[in-house]
Design a protein around this ligand. Structure first.
Ligand SMILES: O=C1O[C@H](COP(=O)(O)O)[C@@H](O)[C@H](O)[C@H]1O
Length: 233
């Protein structure tokens, strides 16, 4: 199992600032090299301060496409929507001109929504420049949940679909999620977690093997570039 490269901070504000600067540099480098940049961010509660810091980074946001690592199958007006969080906290200030590709759309089923989102993502670039992962207390990342029947497909290194529908365990709605090859293929892959409990969960994940118990292990078992771990208490 590949070990992540740790970056630890005294507090969450310092982490948000340092990570925001690193992401901005990686996006600017991508724009300089390829004329555009693709950023995939997670939702949940952790990235709010990071998004605010990132939204004021002075880069050419008009050349940046932002998408989600995963989404709940709810419209952006819903308070559990990750799109809603990104719109409120990231696509503001200097970052307002960025283009956003949602995973949720008006399709009737999560499977059809995933198909549509996959098509859009395929047009956005060959690889994600920066992917920011979060992790739940159960060891899920993206919408790869422990015990999920579809987990082997979502985390297969040969999965060709960039986005798939997923069921969560103990969560109220179906999900849409990037699959392993799309995430592992990111040029800069970051795991952003906060708090002693998440650190303990990560240590547990790194000490074991079974992906179905702690799906984040699929990342460390993959040929992803070295995962950059950003952590603060
Ligand atoms: O459900 C989700 O949870 C994880 C972790 O969220 P947090 O609230 O513990 O930070 C998140 O990474 C994922 O994007 C989200 O959909």
């Amino acid at each position: 199992m590949n070990q992540p490269e740790p970056h630890e901070f005294e507090d969450r504000e310092a982490l948000a600032q340092a990570l925001s600067n690193r992401i901005a540099t990686a996006l600017s480098d991508a724009i300089e090299l390829r004329g555009r940049a693709l950023l995939a961010v997670s939702g949940g509660s952790t990235p709010r301060e990071l998004f605010k810091a990132l939204s004021v980074e002075e880069i050419d946001w008009s050349k940046v496409t932002v998408t989600l690592v995963d989404e709940r199958f709810v419209p952006p007006s819903h308070d559990r929507s990750n799109h809603r969080l990104v719109a409120a906290c990231l696509l503001q200030n200097a970052a307002a001109p960025a283009h956003f590709i949602p995973l949720y759309n008006n399709a009737e089923t999560p499977v059809e929504a995933a198909r549509q989102a996959s098509r859009q993502l395929e047009q956005a670039g060959d690889a994600i420049d920066v992917a920011i992962l979060g992790m739940g207390a159960d060891g899920h990342t993206a919408s790869w949940f422990p015990g999920n029947e579809g987990l082997p497909e979502l985390t297969s290194p040969t999965q060709e679909k960039p986005v798939m529908a997923a069921e969560g365990t103990g969560v109220p709605e179906p999900r849409l999620t990037l699959t392993l090859p799309r995430i592992a293929g990111a040029r800069l892959l970051v795991l952003h977690i906060e708090g002693a409990d998440k650190k303990e969960t990560l240590d547990q994940a790194l000490a074991g093997e079974a992906v179905e118990e702690m799906p984040i292990r699929a990342i460390f078992n993959s040929d992803a570039p070295s995962v950059q771990l950003y952590w603060a208490p």
